[in-house]
Design a protein around this ligand. Structure first.
Ligand code: SF4
Ligand code: SF4
Length: 368
């Protein structure tokens, strides 16, 4: 009982005078060239259009712009006016997915109604999962083998992730990786990503009795020669197997392990959404609340507005945005400080999965 209880319990502007053409490249570590990340302190639609000039070569075919329409009660999302000229210039569609929790964003009709209420009236809106979902294999995935993405993603040859970079209670920070993962997943995919509290197996203690496998209500456990294997996509985190096993071979996962799994799951979904596609990334570093745009009662920003970044490398732009916030707050990890969660593993793991390069050249276009 103690183990079950324990398991259940776990169940404008800041001036950056030094960021012109700055590189975090460490050539002693690797010969891979640093990726370009463009930056402006001009937090305006004009600033967005000027940045776009540096990354526009990646645009091909039909363009979808992934935004967040905001939530009732939350005013920190990136205003519609910021993306309007870019959207019109590209004749693009605004794209989003429904959420897994109750509210206007859980159903397509009310989601579009909310988007209109928040000023996103200048372009067609496509809720990607309104016509179903796609199962997309995740190459090299450790947490997941398949991602569940909104079916309409395949309508777009180019996707621009127009992202609000801010804090997030579960992932430390939320930037382009989170926008491409949680933001492109169907409600089912979102629920799966959030169930990172499945148990941990201590294979050396397993006797192979199969009791846990019999007791699992969703048949998530397979007994192998190497001990029990828990199917991550079936497990509902009920904890029954923990109490069933009298050999302590199945135990609650630690908080840090859960966080690592959650961050890696996010990155894997982002990989599924971005692979084999033309992508452009924007991080709009404003309204730096510790919490995300999905909450109706966000915490006040902990840092002044910084600027806007653009890149074709999702890893580099996350690293650059994080470093700017760290510098603005004189911190090694600003989000760890405000959320007690470091999200930096997103950046490390995304690079490991071959999604990009955490080494970057920060190019301040205001100084050109
Ligand atoms: S109940 Fe425990 S010992 Fe038996 S198979 Fe499951 S993990 Fe192994
Ligand atoms: S019994 Fe099955 S569903 Fe419940 S925590 Fe164990 S593996 Fe997951």
């Amino acid at each position: 009982m103690k183990k079950i209880l324990s398991f259940a319990l776990m169940a404008t502007a800041f001036i950056f005078s030094s960021c012109q053409n700055k590189s975090n490249d460490n050539t002693e570590e690797s010969n891979v060239p640093a990726s370009d990340v463009y930056f402006t302190e001009d937090i305006s639609p004009e600033g967005v259009m000027q940045l776009f000039e540096y990354v526009k070569e990646n645009v091909k075919g039909n363009v979808g712009i992934k935004v967040h329409f905001g939530e009732d009660g939350n005013t920190y999302f990136v205003p519609a006016t910021m993306v309007e000229p870019l959207c019109k210039a590209l004749d693009a569609t605004l794209i989003e997915t429904n959420v897994a929790y109750k509210g206007r964003r859980s159903e397509t009709d009310t989601h579009i109604e909310l988007a209109h209420d928040h000023g996103f009236t200048f372009a067609p809106i496509d809720i990607l999962d309104s016509e179903g979902e796609l199962e997309v294999p995740i190459e090299g995935g450790k947490q997941f083998k398949t991602a569940y993405l909104g079916k309409n993603i395949d309508k777009y040859e180019t996707i621009i992730y127009f992202t609000h970079f801010k804090g997030h209670g579960r992932s430390g920070f939320g930037g382009c990786i989170k926008n491409a993962s949680m933001g492109m997943a169907t409600p089912k995919g979102k629920r799966i990503m959030h169930t990172s509290d499945f148990p941990e197996v201590v294979a050396s203690k397993c006797t192979g009795c199969s009791a846990c496998s019999y007791d699992c209500p969703v048949n998530a456990i397979t007994i192998t020669d190497n001990g029990p294997v828990i199917d991550r996509e079936k497990c509902i985190g009920c904890g029954k197997c923990i109490s069933t096993c009298t050999f302590d071979a199945i135990q609650p996962a630690s908080d840090s392990l859960q966080t690592e799994r959650f961050l890696e799951g996010l990155v894997e979904y982002a990989k599924a959404a971005t692979q084999n596609r033309n992508n452009i990334y924007f991080n709009v570093v404003i309204n730096l609340s510790p919490t995300c745009d999905c909450g109706g009662h966000p915490e006040a920003p902990f840092c002044g507005n910084i600027g806007i970044l653009a890149s074709t490398d999702i890893v580099a732009i996350e690293a650059a945005a994080h470093d700017l916030v760290d510098k603005a707050t004189d911190s090694d990890d600003a989000f760890l400080k405000v959320n007690s969660v470091s999200g930096k593993h997103q950046i490390e793991y995304a690079e490991k999965l071959g999604m990009g390069n955490k080494k970057y050249n920060l190019i301040n276009i205001d100084k050109k």
